[in-house]
Ligand binder design. Structure first.
Ligand code: WT7
Length: 631
């Protein structure tokens, strides 16, 4: 399962293409299966229908917990660093984590959760979040973690889509100097969620909360009622493990579905090889467990490999911009995995925040979530890695379950801004607008995959047709990533960003249509169009062009903007708030009524010199007006 040299990488890659079934079967044998699979792979990308390790039976928590107990039961599995550095952290050994997962699994059962039921988890970054996730997996319940920054409306949409029976939350969350009222947001959400029978509430901030008799129970009270005995449910390799909602170019977020066997094998295999994880190392992934990065590289991947994984509750700039380096120093972190947006923001605080920390424990640096610009890459390399730590720029998606294109740390020669080469089992292909393959090197096109890997999404929850439409219909026979990509003379891949209407704001994926729908819900708004523009820290900022029924002026305009932001916050969450709002009287539309986003993007970028062909516009004059009022 372990690749140690570039020759071994090449051999593994070749084998994975020539005989994918044999390749993955060998890797999967490193895990604990209750029953072996009878067929390794069955697939087509038309329906689509992808199944790995068919007939295999397992429980992912036996692989993440039970099997480590004998040899490394006393090794830390999770180290928790609280928001406030003055508060004591928590270290959970594998034995302790196992015990707590079993207990909480029994709490779920006591509250009516059975195999196949969906459980929504809306929590701060505390150990109990990982415990709740693993407890679901233990009993075969399907978790749907919702990032703590989403609004009541977003929670309700996700709960209703998956028909969740139970919600696990906390009274509140600490983030920097803010206290966020999670339970009260859940209460608002639940007004419209008839499927929810029980809410389990952890105490964290001890902020006042309402507790509805018959529905709401305290985590701590429930724990007193259960034992630590909880045999793992036997799961089929293709049973659902979790749903994770993510944004696309149209409509509401989709519930991406991952299954037990393939996801486990892929998360663990990629964790071990990309980061070149060695037994006993400490891994610090700064993502939130509410995103796929946290699922795969805080919880499942590291634990399946027996690693020590850090869960950090706070933000990189609290109490000051040296917090990440404090944590690296304090816990002697070996592997640091973070996002370009965090690196860019910390660069801005100067080197004195870095210099007074001992970063000599670091072995490997990772980057994820968005393209990393050259300046950030070099700063990370020189000032954090001190020129001696390989950087792995890992490209992947919620839908891919794990990393697809990335260097193997210290093995693949890196090149700033390049995700470099596909991992074994990954077969990228670049296509043009018509789906024709673009062969050779020194080319660019739309990035697709022509063969399944074990971590590929299986469906979008409750709507398989949407899965087909979104990922498998654009280019028949291929999985379409939505990303543009170039392949240089060395065959190295560089991801250039989304080619659809999906934005990447501080590594958060946001659909322009979602933001438009939220803005359009604001009173007086007639229509809106949202595009991204380059932003120094966030990568992309959100630029909204808004038509209102009465054009606001001066102070009035400021108030209306403020109110639109409040509406977007309320409908989606603060992460989707536009950075800029420009009031306009019209939008550039073609005669068939389609908004020409290309023009709006150019104006938002501040590049109005060459707007291209505008002759097909219904009313070319609106372009002049928009240009004149550009922010
Ligand atoms: C989109 C997926 C799975 C990681 C967290 C984001 C962009 C991700 C990179 C990278 C350039 C990247 C892509 C992708 N992206 N990693 N290393 N270089 N772009 O997961 O929310 O599903 O977003 O993030 O555009 O499609 P996600």
């Amino acid at each position: 399962m372990r690749i140690r040299t570039f020759d071994e990488y090449q051999a593994a890659y070749q084998k994975s293409v020539e005989d994918p079934e044999e390749f993955w079967a060998e890797i999967a044998q490193n895990f604990h299966w209750r029953k072996p699979w009878t067929k390794t792979l069955q697939w087509n990308f038309t329906e689509p229908n992808v199944k790995w390790f068919i007939g295999g039976k397992l429980n992912i928590t036996e692989n993440c917990l039970d099997r480590h107990l004998a040899e490394q039961g006393d090794q830390p599995a999770i180290i928790w660093e609280p928001n406030d550095p003055a508060e004591a952290g928590v270290t959970l050994t594998y034995k302790m984590l196992f015990d707590q997962v079993c207990r909480f699994a029994n709490v779920l059962k006591r509250n009516g959760v059975q195999k196949g039921d969906r459980v929504c988890i809306y929590m701060p970054m505390v150990p109990e979040l990982a415990i709740a996730v693993l407890a679901c997996a233990r009993i075969g319940a399907i978790h749907s973690v919702v990032f703590g920054g989403f609004s009541a409306q977003s929670i309700a949409d996700r709960i209703n889509d998956a028909q969740c029976k139970v919600v696990v939350t906390a009274d509140g969350a600490y983030r920097g100097n803010k206290e966020i009222p999670l339970k009260s947001t859940v209460d608002d959400a639940l007004i419209g969620c008839p499927s929810v029978e029980k809410v389990i509430v952890l105490t964290r901030t001890r902020t006042p909360v309402s507790m509805l008799k018959g529905r709401d129970v305290w985590w701590e009270q429930e724990l007193k009622q259960v034992t630590a005995e909880c045999p793992a449910e036997e799961m089929d390799a293709e049973d659902m493990l979790f749903i994770l909602y993510t944004s696309g170019s149209t409509g509401k977020p989709k519930g991406v579905v991952h299954t037990c066997g393939g996801y486990m094998v892929y998360a663990a295999y990629t964790f071990q090889n990309v980061f070149q994880y060695e037994a006993g190392q400490t891994h610090f992934c700064t993502a939130d467990i509410g995103w796929i990065t946290g699922h795969s590289y805080i919880v499942y991947g590291p634990l399946a490999c027996g690693a020590t994984s850090i869960i950090f509750e706070g933000v990189p700039t609290y109490p000051d911009a040296g917090r990440f380096w404090d944590i690296v120093d304090k816990y002697k972190v070996d592997i640091l995995y973070t996002a370009p947006t965090a690196i860019r923001s910390l660069m801005g605080f100067g080197l004195e925040k870095v210099e007074n920390h001992d970063l000599s424990s670091l072995q490997v640096l990772g980057s994820v979530g968005e393209p990393i610009n050259e300046e950030a890459w070099h700063w990370y390399d020189e000032h954090i890695g001190k020129g001696r730590c390989p950087i792995v720029d890992t490209w992947w998606q919620t839908e891919t379950g794990g990393i697809l294109i990335s260097p193997l740390a210290g093995i693949t020669k890196t090149k700033p801004t390049y995700a470099t080469l596909p991992l074994p089992g990954v077969q990228p292909i670049l296509v043009d607008e018509n789906g024709k393959e673009i062969e050779g090197n020194g080319v660019s096109g739309n990035l697709c995959m022509k063969f399944p890997w074990p971590g590929i999404l299986r469906t979008t929850y409750g709507d398989h047709e949407r899965c087909r439409q979104t990922y498998f219909a654009t280019y028949p026979g291929l999985y379409f990533t939505g990303d543009g990509c170039l392949r240089d003379e060395d065959g190295y891949y560089r991801i250039t960003g989304r080619v659809d209407d999906v934005l990447n704001v501080s590594g958060h994926r946001i659909g322009t249509a979602e933001v438009e729908n939220a803005i359009n819900m604001h009173t007086g708004v007639v229509e809106s169009a949202v595009v991204g523009y380059p932003h120094d820290i966030k990568g992309q900022g959100i630029y909204a062009y808004v038509i209102t029924d009465q054009e606001p002026n001066g102070h009035d305009a400021d108030l209306t903007k403020r109110d639109i932001l409040a509406t977007v916050s309320r409908v989606i969450g603060p992460i989707a708030k536009p950075d800029k709002i420009q009031f306009v009287t019209g939008l550039p539309k073609t005669r068939s009524g389609k908004i020409m986003r290309r023009i709006l993007r150019k104006i938002a970028e501040g590049d109005t010199s060459n707007l291209g062909d505008t002759t097909t516009l219904l009313d070319p004059a609106v372009v002049e007006e928009i240009k004149a009022g550009a922010l």
